[in-house]
Design a protein around this ligand. Structure first.
Ligand code: ZN
Length: 53
């Protein structure tokens, strides 16, 4: 398994904290620092763990 590679372009992933927005029912929640994996090549963002609690 190549779990630390982007599934779109197979570029290298870097762990970063990014601002993210989650939708919960009819509300939108903004979270400042969400740990996520960001592709260095195409910029795709993957969230590590389910943060939408
Ligand atoms: Zn990529």
């Amino acid at each position: 398994m190549t779990s630390d590679r982007c599934e779109f372009c197979e570029g290298e992933m870097e762990q970063r904290r990014i601002p993210a927005r989650f939708r919960c029912k009819d509300r939108t929640i903004n979270v400042e620092d969400v740990p996520a994996w960001v592709c260095m090549k195409c910029g795709a963002e993957y969230f590590d763990a389910p943060v939408y609690k």
